[in-house]
Design a binder for this molecule. Sequence first.
Ligand SMILES: [Zn+2]
Length: 442
Amino acid sequence: MRQYNPKRLQRKLLSLTTAAALSLLTSVSHAWAAASINDIRIWTAPDHTRLVLDLSQRVNYDLFRLHKPERIVIDLKSTRMNAKVSKLQLPDPVLLSIRHGKQKNGTTRLVLDVKEGVSPRSFLLKKANGKPNRLVIDLIPKQKPVIKTKSQQPKTKHKDIIIAVDAGHGGEDPGAIGPNKLYEKTITLGIAKSLAAYIDAQPGMRAVLVRSGDYFVKLGNRVKKVRSEGANMMISIHADAVKQRHVKGASVYTLSESGATPDRIAAALAAKENASDLIGGVMPGQEVSDPFIRNILGDMAKRDGLDSSEMFANLVLEQLKYGFPVKYHKPKHARFAVLTALEIPSILVEVDYISNPKREHLLRTKAHQKKLARVIFNAAKTYFIRLGRLHENKPMIHTVNHGESLWSIAKKYGVSISSIQKLNGLKQKALRVGQRLRLPQS
Ligand SMILES: [Zn+2]
C-alpha cells in the first residue's frame, strides 16, 4: 500500500491545476481572440486605394483572391473586430464594399468587394512614431493603356515653366497636429492648391500638384514625380510644431551639402519630416535610408541646383516679411529627402507653427492659406522674371470652366468681384465657358 505523502499530493494537485488552467486559457483565446482590430481607415489615391487596420498587436494573416465576382479575402488569426467598418465611405474607385465575419476558430475574415483586375499588396507595420501595429492593404487597379491622341496631349506650350507644388504629408501621415486638432496635412494641401491656381493663371507657367487629395505619397515617389514631370522648380509646403506654444513664424529650408556645418535644429526638423515614410506606411525595407546615397547627379548640376535654391529661398523670405511673422531670416539647410531633385531650385517652406493656437486658428482659414500661397507665388514669379524667362507685365488669366461664377472665381484667387468686372469691362455677371478673364495683380 502506498504511503500517504502530502508533498507529492500537493505537487500533483498543482500540476493538475496548471494543466487545467492552460486548457482553459487555450479555449478562452479561441473564444476571446488575443488580438483586436481597433480602427480601420481608407485613403483613396489616384493610383491605388489604401486600407489600414490598427491592430492591438502583430497578427498572422492570410490574403487571397476570389473571382466572379472579384473579391479579396483577408483572414486574421485569433483577432477580434473592434472597429466600425460601417463608418468607411464606400464605394471608392476600386473598393466597392467591405464585409466581415467571425470564423469558428477565432479568425476574423474581411471580404473586400473590388473592381475587376484589382491586385492587392499587403504588409505589416511595426508600432512606431505613436502609431500602433498596422496592417496595410493596397488595392492597385489595372493600368489602362495610355493612348495619347492629338487632342489629349498637354495643351500648354513646351516652353512653359513647370512648378511642382508638394503638399507635405497626407493619408496615414497627418504631419504635425495643432492644439485644436488641425492637421498639417490639411493646411499644406489647402495652400498647395491655392498656389497651383495662381501658377496656372500666370501665362507661361504651369503647376503640377505632387499630391492632390488626402492620401500618402512616399518621399521617393514625390521626387520621382517632380523629375518625371520635367519640373523647373519644386516647392514643398509644411507647417512646424514645437512644445513652446508661443513660437510662431515661417522658415525656408534648402538641402544641405554633405559636410556643410551641421545645424542641429534644422537637422532635427529634417529627421522629423523624413520620418513621413514610416508613419505614412512604406513597405518595410523600402524606406528612404539616406537620400544622398541614391543621388546620381554630377557635381555641376548639384552646385547649380543648390545655388538657385538658395536664391529662391531668399526671395520667398523677402516676400514673407511683408505680411507674416518670420522665424529665421536666412534660409536654413538640412538633409531633406524630399528636396533631392537637386538640379532645379527646390525649397521646403514651413509656413508657420501649427502648435501656436493663434496661428493654428489663422492657418485653418482659406483666406490666410491664400495669402501665404500668393506670397510664395510672387517669389516664384520674381525668380523667373530675374532669370529672364518670364515677362513682368503679362497679366494673370483665368479661363472659365463649367459651373463657375464670378463669385467662385473671385473667391478662388482672393480678389473682389468688382475688381474682375472693372479689369475686364464686364457689364453683367453672367460668364460663358472658355471665356478668358484677366485677374488683378494683387
Ligand atoms: Zn511637415
